[in-house]
Design a protein around this ligand. Structure first.
Ligand code: IPM
Ligand code: MN
Length: 360
């Protein structure tokens, strides 16, 4: 029996709809396995700007700091995207919470589902045996370097900086993950051009001596973008800096057929945040058609983080069961689809062993 305090940030667009499904599933876990999950709802993103003027109110930071974990839906609103002069942006909330909570390790696994292979833009023969996880550094690099626009507005600068310590702490996570997987680590960088990338290589080469059971290889990011499509099964654990990780993880998420399926965990030393990697998908907001699986699998990663592996595996089994039985949302089957809320209930019922006989 475990008692956990979970901060919930519904966020923007489809965020609230998908997060509610994760809560249904977590509640089913709590009921079936005898745990106690308490939720505290707080604001971030465009929703927070609308209500308070601030993309990350102090109260949200306080609630998150006191939580055992944070569940988060999505961020972003098109009304800010095309306004380069906007003073506040929803994304500032997410970047700031990552920084304040020191969530330096962003973990993004890619799982291939046999029943969805036809949806992938890749030839199925390239998808067999694909099983990779990206360890993206999340609180450094060009995202957080000094930014400025010159007084005359004719130039702008973003600075990319990394310290040895920032590289080491995420590299340790990635090496440890490789040790319990297929023991291969690929560092993605641009060491033929960038000074920060050369530091990454040096640090990773230094640490490799401590992890002799792990094979390390090094790949330039342009080549890696190509290899992700040509031969994704070569990857086991990918380690990379913040912006390269952002780009490569979106690319990896199309391998299995829908961006809506991909979960992520952001970890540090204080608490951890779990969110689907998709955005706020404003066109679908409020229609009950978004895919809740990315968010539900993020909740499964949260259960693993709590040490509740049996429960996490049950949630993943429930997801596979829905996909195998064509209980899918509109992104997967535009004709015969189930609603977001229905899928959430089915997965929760499966987790609580409430599915009997035929469903329909
Ligand atoms: C992500 C998102 C964010 C990022 C944005 C919303 C700031 O794309 O989590 O991948 O770039 O990190
Ligand atoms: Mn991204």
């Amino acid at each position: 029996n475990m008692k956990k305090n979970i901060a919930v940030i519904l966020g923007d667009g489809i965020g609230p709809e998908v997060t509610q499904q994760s809560i249904k599933v977590l509640n089913a876990v709590a009921e079936y396995y005898g745990h106690d999950f308490n939720y505290k709802f707080c604001l971030m993103g465009a929703d927070a700007i609308d209500k308070t003027g601030n993309p990350l109110p102090d109260e949200t930071i306080e609630v998150c700091l006191e939580s055992d974990a944070i569940l988060f839906g999505a961020i972003g609103d098109p009304k800010y995207d095309n306004d380069p002069n906007a003073k506040v942006r929803p994304e500032q909330g997410l970047l700031k919470i990552r920084k304040v909570l020191q969530l330096y390790g962003n973990i993004r696994p890619t799982t291939i589902y046999p029943s969805l292979q036809h949806l992938s833009p890749l030839n199925p023969k390239h998808l067999e045996d694909v099983d990779l996880v990206i360890y993206r550094e999340l609180t450094g690099g060009i995202y957080f370097g000094k930014k400025e626009t010159s007084a005359d507005g004719n130039s702008a600068t973003d600075t990319c900086t990394y310290s040895v310590e920032e590289i080491e702490r995420i590299a340790h996570l990635a090496f440890k993950a490789a040790q319990i997987r297929r023991k291969k680590l690929t560092l993605i960088d641009k060491a033929n051009v960038l000074e920060t990338s050369r530091l990454w290589r040096k640090v990773v080469q230094g640490l490799a001596i401590q992890y002799t059971d792990v094979t390390v290889d090094y790949m330039f990011v342009d080549n890696a973008a190509m290899q992700m499509i040509l031969n994704p099964k070569q990857f086991d654990v990918i380690l990379t800096e913040n912006m390269f990780g952002d780009i490569i993880s979106d690319e990896a998420s199309v391998l299995n057929g829908s961006l809506g399926l991909a979960p992520s965990a952001s970890v540090g030393n204080i608490t951890a945040l779990f969110e689907p990697i998709h955005g706020s998908y404003p066109q679908a907001a409020g229609k009950d058609i978004a895919n809740p699986i990315g968010c539900i699998l993020s909740a499964a990663m949260m259960l693993d983080y709590f040490g509740l592996h049996k429960e996490a595996n049950k949630v993943r089994a429930a997801v596979s069961w829905t996909l195998d039985n064509k209980f899918v949302t509109k992104d997967i089957d535009p004709i015969n689809f189930y609603f977001t809320s229905t899928l959430g209930e089915l997965i929760a019922d499966y987790v609580g062993n409430k599915i009997v006989g035929e469903v329909n």
